[in-house]
Structures are given as structure tokens and as C-alpha cells.
Design a protein around this ligand. Structure first.
Ligand SMILES: NC(=O)c1ccc[n+]([C@@H]2O[C@H](COP(=O)([O-])OP(=O)(O)OC[C@H]3O[C@@H](n4cnc5c(N)ncnc54)[C@H](O)[C@@H]3O)[C@@H](O)[C@H]2O)c1
Ligand SMILES: [Zn+2]
Ligand SMILES: [Zn+2]
Length: 398
């Protein structure tokens, strides 16, 4: 095994990724032994909006980083301490790396595990400040604490049939679902989803799965809004010069929503006449404006502590200009942070396997080869209404 080769997608500095030969994974991270880990042959690995923040040069990601945190694969080697996962298992990997042993993991808060990143709580594969774990937009990857982290699919053949849906369990389907759950979405809810990228579309599909009465998606990219409409959502083109409550009222008859999900994050753009300019606090401020008193706001969109590319000085250290008093006056609840994928992935797998949801169709999955990853990054950055899924060994295409 040690002589096997590996290739992966490398961050080469702002605006550039390449596909290079990389080390074959070991059951270790530097000096740290990972006898609790496994080596996966990767079946699918997705490009994410979170990767784009790095590739656009909006983080302190180092050149040479192997990217990729949305991984589905087949186990080819188990470490000495792995008990319940076996060679041959087809598994989904939650993008959060969690030890299963710390206080937060024991409380189910696997997005802020205390033992996997020396610099802050929480870790992920192939991500800046997330513990230095090697990314999985590659042919092979190592997954630590395998018994705890991995979700095993019941049947390989069935999994391969639905792989373009199941691949979304590593991040965006649970993330969109979590955004809705933390926004209090349930039967009959009126929901506004900011952003029609893959996370916004996954949140919209989740809101429908949770029984929402009306799901409204806002963005300024017409192709992405058409995608939201394709599965029954209402769409608002934010390039229009009207207030968001007014535009919502045109659809529902009321200028308020029960639940608001921010699927945009810190690279938010202004709406209407401000369209084209970055306004990092705009979605959070419109959340407080639009959400009814007592309503909840789910914030899966990413906010950072350092943004070297921010236009204003305060935003360079993540300080945003919020009208927090409005949220306070309306008794809003806010929920932030990484989605604890493990809390949802098994249930959402069942929803896929029993045909309760067409999540690949909702986010418009397009399969690409590993060598095509740079094109996938560029098209995604250009606003394509697609979720790019890399098939590094051609296993799905076959
Ligand atoms: N919390 C988590 O665990 C988690 C997991 C995955 C992704 N994320 C984050 O979720 C966010 C969305 O991810 P994605 O892959 O869909 O990214 P994306 O960049 O494809 O989508 C963002 C969309 O927001 C739109 N937008 C910009 N300003 C807007 C505004 N003011 N109102 C409405 N829409 C606006 C953009 O046009 C774009 O379509 C990113 O910040 C990503 O890092 C978080
Ligand atoms: Zn992701
Ligand atoms: Zn932990």
C-alpha cells in the first residue's frame, strides 16, 4: 500500500487551484498517530462554497493546501484500533472531524470538538485553521476516529445507484437541514432562505421536507433562482430596488417570515442599488428586519475572524455593523457555527434511500473528473447553478 500513488486538488494562491501528485495517506497526522483511523479510496468528493472563500483569497489559507472536506468513499485499510468499520464498507464522512471523547462531542456538538485542532475548537479536512488534516479532493484520504465519524451505507450497490444524492450527506444536505431546524422550521412555516447556492438550495429542499408552507429563496443570480423554482420554491431577485419585506409581502401577503436561514455568509453582496458591492452584514440585518418577533434565525453561512480581502477595516477582523438592538427587541434567536453533520446524516440518508427527497436534483449535481476540478472551481465561482461532484477514480461514471 505504501507505494500507491495519490493525486489531489491544491490551493496555489488566490484564484488558482491545480491537480498534483500528493502523498499517499498514512494513519498519522505529523507526529500524531491515528490508529483509530482508516484509509479511504474516494468515490465522490464535492466542491463547496466554503472552499471558494479560500480560493478567492478571502482567508489566510496557505499555498499548497490539499483542498476538500466533502468526502464519500470505500474503506481500503483500517487502523489497529478500529473496531466496527471494515475494509470494503462504503461510507459518508462528516466534514467535521470529531474525537468522540471530549465534552463537546459527548454533547453531540461535533463541529466544535476540543481534541482535533490545537488552535481552536473544531476541525475539518483540507481547510484553513481547521487542524491541518489533509483534504479529500483526491484519490485517497485518511479519516481519523473512524468508528465515531463514519456513516456506513447499508448496501454498496444501492449506495452506488444513489451516490449523487448520498454524496451530499458529507456537508450541504445536513448543513441546509440544520439551518432550517435551528431557524425553527416545521409544518406550515413561512421560510426565507438567503442565498441560492448549493447550501441555500439544500436548505430550501430541507424546509420542504420539514413541512414548510412556503419557501422563499433570495439571490441575485437568475440561473440559481430558476433552480430554486424548479422544485417548488418562490424566488426573489434581489437586484430589484424594493425592500425585502415588501417583496415577501407580494408573495405571502405579509411582510414577515417565521424562519430565516442565512446561506450566504461574510461575502454577502448588497441588494437593489447596492448590488455589486460587498456588504458583509447585510444578510444578518435583513434577517432581523424580516423575521417575526419571536422567530428564529439559522446562520450556516460562514463568518470569519480574519478576512484579509474585506473592503472595510473592521470587517478585516470579522467585526460587522449589526443593528443588534432590533433583533433583541424582537426576541430573536440566532444559531451560528459549523453544522454538526453527524446529528442528521443517518436520518437524511434514510430519506434519500426511501425516496423522500431528490436532493441531487434540487442542487443540480454535475459529476466531473479530478482533472476537471479547476474548471469546476471556475464555473462555480462564476455563479453556475450547479453542485460540482468530483469522481476521482471514474467509479461513478463506470
Ligand atoms: N455552517 C456550515 O457548516 C457550513 C457548511 C457548508 C457551507 N457553509 C457556508 O454556507 C455558505 C453558502 O455556501 P454555498 O456553497 O451555497 O456558497 P455559494 O457561494 O455558492 O452561495 C452563496 C450565494 O449567496 C448569494 N448572495 C450574495 N449576497 C447575497 C444576499 N445579500 N442575499 C442573498 N443571496 C446573496 C450569491 O449570489 C450566491 O449564489 C458559505 O458561506 C459556506 O462557507 C457553511
Ligand atoms: Zn462544504
Ligand atoms: Zn471531540
Amino acid at each position: 500500500m505504501a507505494s500507491a500513488s495519490n493525486r489531489g486538488v491544491i490551493f496555489q494562491g488566490a484564484g488558482k487551484v491545480t491537480v498534483e501528485t500528493i502523498d499517499f495517506p498514512k494513519l498519522a497526522l505529523g507526529e500524531r498517530r491515528c490508529d483509530h483511523g482508516v484509509i479511504l479510496k474516494i468515490l465522490t468528493t464535492n466542491i463547496c462554497g466554503s472552499d471558494q472563500h479560500m480560493v478567492r483569497g478571502r482567508t489566510t489559507a496557505p499555498q499548497g493546501l490539499v483542498l476538500g472536506h466533502e468526502i464519500t468513499g470505500q474503506v481500503i485499510e483500517c487502523g489497529r484500533d478500529v473496531e466496527f468499520i471494515s475494509v470494503g464498507d462504503v461510507v459518508s464522512v462528516p466534514f467535521n472531524i470529531a474525537c468522540g471523547r471530549c465534552r463537546n462531542c459527548k454533547e453531540g456538538k461535533t463541529g466544535i470538538c476540543l481534541n482535533v485542532n490545537p488552535s481552536r475548537p473544531g476541525a475539518a479536512y483540507g481547510y484553513v485553521d481547521m487542524g491541518g488534516w489533509v483534504g479529500g479532493q483526491a484519490e485517497y484520504v485518511m479519516v481519523p476516529y473512524a468508528d465515531f465519524n463514519l456513516l456506513k451505507f447499508p448496501d454498496r450497490e444501492q449506495a452506488m445507484e444513489k451516490i449523487t444524492d448520498l454524496t451530499l450527506l458529507s456537508d450541504i444536505f445536513p448543513t441546509g437541514f440544520h439551518g432550517c431546524v435551528t431557524a425553527g422550521v416545521g409544518p406550515g412555516s413561512i421560510v426565507y432562505i438567503a442565498g441560492a447556492g448549493p447550501v441555500g438550495l439544500a436548505a430550501a429542499a430541507s424546509a420542504r421536507l420539514l413541512g414548510a408552507a412556503c419557501v422563499i429563496v433570495g439571490d441575485m443570480i437568475p440561473e440559481r433562482l430558476r433552480q430554486a423554482k424548479s422544485f417548488g420554491c418562490e424566488a426573489i431577485d434581489l437586484r430589484q430596488d424594493a425592500s425585502l419585506p415588501e417583496m415577501v409581502a407580494e408573495i405571502t401577503g405579509s411582510p414577515e417570515v417565521d424562519a430565516f436561514v442565512d446561506c450566504v455568509g461574510f461575502e454577502a453582496h448588497g441588494c437593489g442599488h447596492d448590488h455589486g458591492h460587498e456588504k458583509p452584514a447585510t444578510v444578518l440585518n435583513s434577517a432581523m428586519d424580516l423575521t417575526r418577533a419571536g422567530g428564529q434565525i439559522g446562520i450556516p453561512g460562514l463568518y470569519v475572524t480574519e478576512d484579509p480581502g474585506a473592503e472595510d477595516k473592521a470587517a478585516q477582523t470579522g467585526s460587522l455593523s449589526l443593528r443588534f438592538g432590533l433583533g433583541w427587541a424582537k426576541s430573536h434567536s440566532f444559531h451560528t457555527g459549523q453544522c454538526p453533520v453527524m446529528r442528521y446524516n443517518r436520518a437524511l440518508m434514510q430519506a434519500i434511500l426511501f425516496d423522500r427527497v431528490d436532493i441531487a436534483k434540487a442542487v443540480n449535481v454535475e459529476l466531473i473528473t479530478l482533472d476537471d476540478a479547476p474548471r469546476g472551481y471556475a464555473d462555480f465561482d462564476g455563479g453556475a447553478a450547479k453542485k460540482f461532484v468530483i469522481d476521482p477514480h471514474g467509479s461513478v461514471a463506470a
